[in-house]
Design a protein around this ligand. Structure first.
Ligand SMILES: Nc1nc2c(ncn2[C@@H]2O[C@H](COP(=O)(O)OP(=O)(O)OP(=O)(O)O)[C@@H](O)[C@H]2O)c(=O)[nH]1
Ligand SMILES: [Mg+2]
Length: 290
């Protein structure tokens, strides 16, 4: 069997998680238009005949402003150490900037082979795509692949490139597994995703979701108890919404996803709590599992 770990890295919001979902063929990571959606390394497993690729989705690399930001960047660079190959994602709709160049420099020093993916080609002109490929070409990485992760266009070529880099190796996960994170973590992520799509500006960064309990009850119903943590009192009202409207909408959307995930009816209970400045406090980060 051939197998390996492939780290997917890049600036925030370039489409890493969308790409990992497309490559795995299942939703393993949440996505949103807000930068810094992903806050952990998420392993998505692709199984084919005699081949297993473990994609490691990572938080977007950025200039850190909080203790959380520091931890996330370290996590990404740490993931490179166990990687057999790296997929470096660029956004075709945005010019290559200092953030991309910094990552490129780090990757040139890494020992794993790097495949550059220019994503979001569906939203860019041909001229923009060419310019991007040309600019990135000066880095001299192993391959350059333009794709649309959203439309799953071009992703086969990424698999071909990765395939040529894999060696004989063990089967790391059962062949029916698509992800390795605990149920509670994935459930919390699905809830957070629904909030991210409805919240603006700073609030998405201030939000953390903790799932305290998942319990199978009578009639096959799965009971899920979650807490939404915000950093300030003023944020609590926004997350709840007028007359509880936002919480209700998010709850309904999250429940639909959770029911798909658990394959049974779900009763979802979300409470909102203030945990002052949790992003900046190491103790809070430890407790929240970062
Ligand atoms: N048009 C277009 N949009 C895309 C494509 N891929 C991703 N997006 C959008 O870009 C936004 C960010 O996508 P994510 O997959 O969450 O990006 P990410 O790189 O994982 O972001 P972080 O986790 O914050 O670092 C979302 O709104 C996606 O729908 C694509 O191929 N085309
Ligand atoms: Mg992401």
């Amino acid at each position: 069997m051939r197998s390996g770990f492939v780290s997917v890295v890049g600036r925030p919001n370039v489409g890493k998680s969308t790409l990992v979902n497309a490559l795995v063929g299942e939703k393993v990571a949440i996505t949103s238009p807000r930068p810094q959606t992903t806050r952990n390394t998420i392993r998505g497993i692709r199984n084919d005949a005699n081949r297993q690729i473990v994609f490691v989705d990572t938080p977007g690399l950025h200039r850190p402003r909080t203790a959380l930001g520091n931890r996330l960047n370290r996590l990404v660079y740490g993931s490179l150490e166990e990687a057999d190959a790296v997929v470096f994602v660029l956004d075709a709709t945005q010019k290559i900037g200092p953030g991309d160049r910094l990552i490129a420099e780090r990757l040139q020093q890494a020992k794993a082979t790097v495949v550059v993916v220019v994503n979001k080609v569906d939203a860019a002109t041909n001229a923009e795509i060419l310019e991007q490929l040309e600019a990135a070409g000066t880095w001299d990485f192993a391959a350059y692949v333009p794709v649309s992760a959203l439309e799953r266009d071009g992703t086969e070529r990424i698999l071909d490139e990765i395939d040529s880099l894999l060696n004989e190796g063990p089967q790391f996960f059962p062949t029916d597994a698509h992800m390795d994170q605990p149920e509670r973590f994935h459930a919390a992520e699905l809830i957070r995703e629904k909030f991210l799509h409805r919240l603006r500006e700073e609030l998405p960064h201030s939000l953390a979701i903790v799932v305290e309990e998942i319990e199978s009850r009578d009639n096959d119903v799965v009971y899920v108890a979650a807490t939404a943590l915000v950093e300030r009192k003023s944020q609590k009202g926004i997350v709840i919404g007028k007359g509880g409207s936002l919480l209700r909408e998010v709850g309904a959307e999250a429940r639909a996803d959770l029911e798909r995930f658990f394959g049974s009816p779900v009763y979802l209970d979300i409470r909102v709590k203030v945990e002052e400045d949790w992003q900046r406090r190491d103790q809070a980060l430890d407790r929240l599992g970062f």
